[in-house]
Each structure stands twice: as structure tokens, then as C-alpha cells.
Design a protein around this ligand. Structure first.
Ligand code: ATP
Ligand code: MG
Length: 722
């Protein structure tokens, strides 16, 4: 059989990795060197050449979307259906395992995944039940605490809290929270991994089943695995599966969430005879972008060390733009995208990356004004919108009455006269009896502990759910959704709201029905289509996008850009205190992680990279002034040029960085020369970098020592020559 096509489009080192005989392998290489490509070809090679059945392969990807793309690519390359191939994220795969063995895992069949928002509400409920004050025990911190322990594989009983009162309390809250989840059949994200790990550990039968099944395990983006994921892999691999891990220590960006880059070294110790392959040729970016990114990451210590080069074109210089404020920044970016689009390039080839989700709003507004379609990954996630969560809560309750989180959400939405006093009674009862809200409602009604209007409202509510259940279970999924949304009164409730927002909500509810219609029921496996859909909604919340416009600008956080590539990339908000973030300020470990994030961002760009920062920024309702990010300074000057918008300056001159050919020109309006030293009352001494405009419009840019550059209105700046 001619399998040379499996090696086409690979360099020698990549081929070695793809065609290696079955063995443990580490592919350690920098951004854009073809790691993911190698992993995909390796999968195809194993099936075609080594004759490994898809059934015997396990592949872990960073996102669900990535896994769907890979699956499609391999299917079309080798023309074999991959239905039996286990490929997905750690969460997706662990979840699949829990569904298949829910009993052994101690879960009810209809168990439901809850997101961080649900988790937050549950934590608040636990605090109330334990009579603890939220001011002393902030729910967000508790949530963080619980998840971090779970990521490390720790149950409450395994935490040594002796002598530490505060820790003892946290552990107590953790335990009560877990009880509540267990009773209601709710599983948070960290729990998915931990449960699945415990299942493998505890049940020799399940373990040996999977160990016999998986001959090869392949993991992309390995540098971001956490403790529990690594242990999970080890258990699955057992002593016979061959494991190939692919990663880049310079792109480890989830340390704050428990990821352990040391897992790479641990892997080398735990697995015998690992063959390490290093790829050094970058195929993604221009020489300029690559050299700039290499220069930035070179400032980190303790790297495993990789040289990355390209024989591609030098390409365009990186452009840096200093905006007056965040609005100007957004306008600038959108202007560049518009020009790019006018030249016939696709919008979807442009990506805007930012550090925080909160930065997207201004960018979105600017894009809307310009009439450019855009799509956000993460951010306001479709499945996290209020109306969608309401609708899903009805579906969840149909799927599992014991789902307390869902019941809490909709028992009085739309309003049916079930007030907080009544609900508090029910919560109290549920806590005392150690059971779920639904069970408590049933009993309290039967025992006439609830009376009057509240009782009949609750009775009606429970009947509604039971009736819906009876009516819809046999219907196709999208009809189930439609019935639930309409008969519950949700649809009417949002229709009665006025304004654009209400319209969007109705559109979203319709979109949810469409999503159900498009749901591939083959993915249901061991579950009902409804349960499968709900799980997917929870697991892929951040990735789902309504496909309104196929050609749209891509907006996302730097974190979610990992593994992706775009011809045109903007990284915005490059300011000290934003990126690197405030919190990383004095902590060298966190600062290095921010720098890796910057490296990830820069290396997403194929052809052209823009870096922008704003001198003042209104964020979370406050005006802030930040210095330009140190990351900008870490790029050698030869790869960057600072640009000013010529439309805003009366003089159509563009000056490069300090030291450009124009530096001898005296600025007639100010009498200052470029490069001249000046003194400002407040900012101290600095160097004149640039200027624009004339007369009262004129502005001057000064790089103040230790503060960074600022644009000042010349007339008010009162600069003195020194
Ligand atoms: P990251 O670290 O960002 O995840 P990566 O190492 O996984 O990057 P890939 O995404 O696999 O890199 O590859 C980067 C780009 O280079 C892709 O567009 C890929 O198709 C291309 N590429 C990889 N190897 C080759 C090759 N041998 N010849 C031509 N193009 C290649
Ligand atoms: Mg990759």
C-alpha cells in the first residue's frame, strides 16, 4: 500500500515522529512548528500503517472544536469512519467515561454538569445553610479553593487542616458543598476529572477495560495538563499503551489554574525509553514576527530551550499604535481591518486578542459601527446567557428532577408567586432531611407544610414539569426544547419585555431550538439525546457560536487563542497593569506566565501583527493611566514601527521610533526637537519622541523616564527644555 501521502507536507524531523515505531514519544517544540500537524498525521499513520483500529486510539485535544476539525481532516485523508475513535478534551473524555460507568462512579444516570455560575450559587447556598457570613467567606474564593483542591486530587477528608481554623472552615464548606452536589446529581468541571480519575483508580475492572482497549494515547498541548489530568493519563496508559505527548513549555499559560509544566519532566521519568523529538522550523509566521516573539520569550528563565527559525519571508514590520484611550484604540483596529477587508481579504482571517473579556465591549461597538461582522470566542458565551440558562434549566429538570441548581433557577421564573420566604423554608427542610429540593417540595406538600397561595403555586409548578415530561420525552430533541420554552411561559415572559435586548433574547431562544435541531444525536452514545445535548451545552459552552455570518472578525482572549493561527492579528491593551496584569506585578512566576501568554499571542500571527496600547483606559467604570507594557519594550526596535494615524495629524509625516531620519527637525510650534530632553511639572524628565498637529491642536509625545511615553497637548504641557 502506498502510504507516502501520510508523509507529504512534512519535514524530515516531522516524518521521523510520524513514522516512528510504536513507542513513547515527546514532541517538544516551539509555536507553529507543526506539533499539531504531526499529531494528526501520527493518528492517521497508526491506523493506516500500523493497522491500529480507531477503537484502540485515544487523542486529547485542547478544545472540542479542534477535535472535531481533526476528526474531519483524518476521515477525509484516509477515508475511514472514526466513530469509534475517542478524541476530545480531558473534560469531554472523562465525562464520556463517567456516562458509561455512572454506577461505578457513584452517580445517578441523569447526572448534570454545572458551570461556574451554578457552582457559585450553590456555594452561596451552602454558606447560608452553615450560617456563615459571605463577607468573611467570599463565595468566589471558596469556589477557587474547592476547584484547586479537586485539581490536585484532594477530597475534604484528605486535607490536613489541623491547627488552622480558617482552613478547617473552608474544608467544612467544601464537604457540605460536595454533599449537596452529590444529592442533586450535579458535577462541576473539576469534579468531572477527579471522579473519572477516582473511577479508574478504584475499579480494577474499568481500569483494565480501558488499559486493554487503548494501545496508543496522544496528547496535544501537554504543557497545560494539571496534576489530576496527568494521573488520569498514567492510569489509562497502564504499562502497555504507547503515549505521545506534544507541547511547548513556552506556551504554558494555565499555571494559575493548576496546570503543571513540570509534567513534561515527570513524563520523562515515569515512562521508559521516551524518544524526544524537537522541531525547530516554524511554518506559520514571518521571520520578523518570529524573531520578535523569540526576543520576548528570551526574557524568561528556566526554559527548556528551543531554537525556532523560518525560511519564510521577512515580512512586514510589526506595527505599534499608541492610542489616546480605549475608544481610539478600537477605532484604530477596526480601521485597519476595514482596509484589509477592502483589499479583498476575508474578515475571518483577522483576530483581535485581549487579556480580559471585559475589553471586548468597546471593540464590539466599534465593529458594529463600521458594519463589520464579528464573532466572539468565550466572553459572553451563548450558553451562559440568562435566557438560555433559563431554558436549559427547564430541560435539565425534565432530565433530572433532583437537579437543585436548575430548580433554584426557574422555580419562580416566570414569576409564579413562589417567594423567598417559602423557598427558604424548603431549603431549610432539604438541608435538615439531607435531600434535594424536589423531594422536599413533594414531602412538604404531602404533609401540608406548605399552604395557601405558595402551596398551589408550587403544586402547579411541579405539575407543569411532570406534564411537560410526559408530553415531550418521545419527541425529537428540538421539539422537546420548543415545548419546554413555550409551555413554561419563558417565551411569553421575554416577549413581553420591550426593547432590543428582549428581541435578542427571543432570537437566542430560537437559536437554542436550532442548536437542538442541528445536534448530532449519534453523539448521544449511552445517553438520551436530551442528556447528551445538555452535557454538550455545558462542556462546550464557550465554543458554541451561532453561525450567522461565516465571514466574521474573530475576537477572543489570548488564552483561548492557543493553538490557532490567523494572517492578521491585533494584540490590544498592551499596558502595564493590563497585560502583564496587575496581579502579576511583583510576582516573577506570574509575570513569566504573562510573558508566555504574550508569546502565545504574537505567534498566532502569520503575516502581520499589530500591538496597541492606550494611554488612558476606562475599565470597570474607572479611568486608569498605564505605562506601555514591558513586552513592547522587549521587542528589538528593528522589528517594530510606531504608527500614528495620518488622518488625525495635519502634517502627513510619520516618524518612526526615536532616532528616525527626521530627528534633526525642529518642531516649529514648540521649539522642541525630536530627541530633546525636557522637564514636566508632574511627570519629570523625558525625551521628545514625536509630535503631531499644529497650533492649539498640536500634541507632543514624550517618553518620561520610568513612566513611559505620553501624548500631551503642547499648549498645556508647559515643558521646559533641559
Ligand atoms: P502551536 O504551538 O501554536 O500549537 P503547532 O506547533 O501545533 O503550533 P501547527 O499548528 O501544527 O503548529 O502548524 C503551524 C502551521 O504550519 C500550520 O498552518 C501547519 O499547517 C503548517 N505546517 C506545519 N508543518 C508544515 C510543513 N512541514 N510544511 C508546510 N507547512 C507546515
Ligand atoms: Mg498546536
Amino acid at each position: 500500500m502506498d502510504v507516502s501521502y501520510l508523509l507529504d507536507g512534512l519535514n524530515d524531523k516531522q516524518r521521523d515522529a510520524v513514522a516512528a515505531s510504536p513507542q513513547h514519544m515527546l514532541v517538544l517544540a516551539g509555536a507553529g512548528s507543526g506539533k499539531t500537524r504531526v499529531l494528526v498525521h501520527r493518528l492517521a499513520w497508526l491506523m493506516q500503517v500500523e493497522r491500529v483500529a480507531p477503537f484502540s486510539l485515544l487523542a486529547v485535544t485542547f478544545t472540542n472544536k479542534a477535535s472535531q476539525e481533526m476528526r474531519g481532516r483524518i476521515e477525509s485523508t484516509i477515508g475511514v469512519s472514526l466513530n469509534n475513535l475517542w478524541m476530545g478534551t480531558f473534560h469531554g473524555l472523562s465525562h464520556r467515561m463517567l456516562r458509561a460507568h455512572y454506577q461505578e462512579a457513584g452517580l445517578p444516570q441523569g447526572f448534570q454538569i454545572i458551570d461556574s455560575d451554578d457552582q457559585y450559587r450553590l456555594v452561596k447556598r451552602v454558606l447560608k445553610a452553615l450560617n456563615l457570613d459571605e463577607k468573611h467567606w467570599p463565595p468566589k474564593q471558596i469556589q477557587w479553593f474547592i476547584n484547586a483542591r479537586k485539581d490536585d486530587g484532594l477530597r475534604p477528608g484528605m486535607i490536613d487542616a489541623s491547627g488552622d481554623f480558617s482552613l478547617q472552615q473552608m474544608v467544612k464548606i467544601y464537604a457540605a458543598y460536595q454533599d449537596m452536589c452529590d444529592r442533586a446529581g450535579l458535577v462541576d468541571f473539576a469534579e468531572i476529572l477527579l471522579r473519572s480519575f477516582e473511577l479508574l483508580k478504584k475499579s480494577a475492572e474499568v481500569r483494565s477495560h480501558y488499559q486493554q482497549r487503548f494501545r496508543h494515547i496522544l496528547v496535544d498541548e501537554f504543557q497545560d495538563t494539571n496534576a489530576i489530568q496527568y494521573q488520569w493519563l498514567r492510569l489509562l496508559a497502564g504499562s502497555s499503551a504507547k503515549v505521545m505527548i506534544v507541547g511547548d513549555d513556552d506556551q504554558s499559560i494555565y499555571g494559575w489554574r493548576g496546570a503543571r509544566v513540570e509534567n513534561i519532566q515527570t513524563f520523562l521519568k515515569d515512562f521508559p525509553d521516551v524518544d524526544t523529538v524537537r522541531l525547530e522550523q516554524n511554518y506559520r509566521s514571518t521571520d520578523t514576527i518570529l524573531k520578535a516573539a523569540n526576543a520576548v520569550i528570551a526574557n524568561n528563565t528556566g526554559r527548556l530551550g528551543k531554537d525556532l527559525w523560518t525560511d519564510g519571508a521577512q515580512g512586514e514590520v510589526i506595527s505599534q499604535y499608541t492610542a489616546f484611550n480605549e475608544l481610539d484604540e478600537a477605532r484604530f483596529i477596526v480601521g485597519r481591518i476595514r482596509d484589509w477587508h477592502k483589499q479583498g481579504d476575508r474578515l475571518s482571517e483577522a483576530a483581535i486578542l485581549y487579556r480580559n473579556n471585559a475589553q471586548s465591549r468597546v471593540l464590539e461597538e466599534a465593529l458594529i459601527q463600521e458594519g463589520l461582522h464579528y464573532r466572539i470566542y468565550g466572553g459572553l458565551r451563548f450558553y451562559e446567557r440568562q435566557e438560555i440558562k433559563d431554558a436549559l434549566a427547564y430541560l435539565r429538570l425534565l432530565n433530572n428532577r433532583q437537579d437543585d441548581a436548575a430548580l433554584e433557577r426557574i422555580v419562580n421564573t416566570p414569576v409564579r408567586g413562589i417567594g423567598d420566604t417559602t423557598l427558604n423554608k424548603v431549603r431549610e427542610y432539604a438541608r435538615a432531611q439531607q435531600q434535594t429540593l424536589w423531594q422536599s417540595l413533594q414531602q412538604m406538600l404531602a404533609q401540608k407544610q406548605l399552604t395557601g397561595r405558595a402551596a398551589s403555586a408550587i403544586d402547579n409548578f411541579m405539575q407543569l414539569i411532570e406534564q411537560l415530561h410526559n408530553q415531550v420525552t418521545e419527541l425529537p430533541l428540538h421539539e422537546q426544547a420548543e415545548h419546554a420554552i413555550k409551555q413554561s411561559g419563558l417565551y411569553a415572559m421575554y416577549q413581553a419585555e420591550k426593547g432590543e435586548k428582549a428581541e435578542t433574547r427571543i432570537e437566542n431562544l430560537n437559536e437554542l431550538i436550532t442548536a437542538c435541531q442541528n445536534f448530532d444525536e449519534r453523539r448521544a452514545e449511552d445517553m438520551t439525546p436530551l442528556a447528551a445535548f445538555l452535557s454538550q451545552a455545558a462542556l462546550e459552552a464557550g465554543e458554541y457560536q451561532a453561525e450567522e455570518h461565516s465571514d466574521a472578525v474573530q475576537l477572543m482572549t489570548l488564552h483561548s487563542a492557543k493553538g490557532l493561527e490567523f494572517p492578521l492579528v491585533f494584540i490590544c491593551g498592551l499596558e502595564e497593569g493590563m497585560f502583564p496584569s496587575q496581579q502579576s506585578g511583583d510576582d516573577p512566576t506570574r509575570l513569566e506566565e504573562e510573558r508566555r501568554l504574550c508569546y502565545v499571542g504574537m505567534t498566532r500571527a502569520m503575516k502581520k501583527l499589530y500591538l496597541t496600547h492606550a494611554e488612558s483606559r476606562r475599565l470597570y467604570g474607572q479611568e486608569q493611566y498605564h505605562k506601555p507594557s514591558r513586552f513592547i519594550r522587549e521587542i528589538p526596535a528593528e522589528y517594530v514601527e510606531e504608527i500614528r494615524l495620518t488622518t488625525q495629524v495635519s502634517r502627513p509625516t510619520q516618524f518612526n521610533r526615536f532616532g528616525s531620519a527626521a530627528s534633526h527637525v525642529a518642531f516649529e510650534n514648540t521649539g522642541f526637537k525630536l530627541g530633546q530632553r525636557v522637564l514636566h511639572d508632574k511627570f519629570g524628565e523625558g525625551t521628545v519622541l514625536n509630535y503631531e498637529g499644529t497650533g492649539s491642536q498640536s500634541r507632543i509625545q514624550v517618553n518620561f523616564d520610568g513612566l513611559g511615553s505620553k501624548w500631551l497637548v503642547t499648549a498645556y504641557a508647559r515643558l521646559q527644555a533641559i
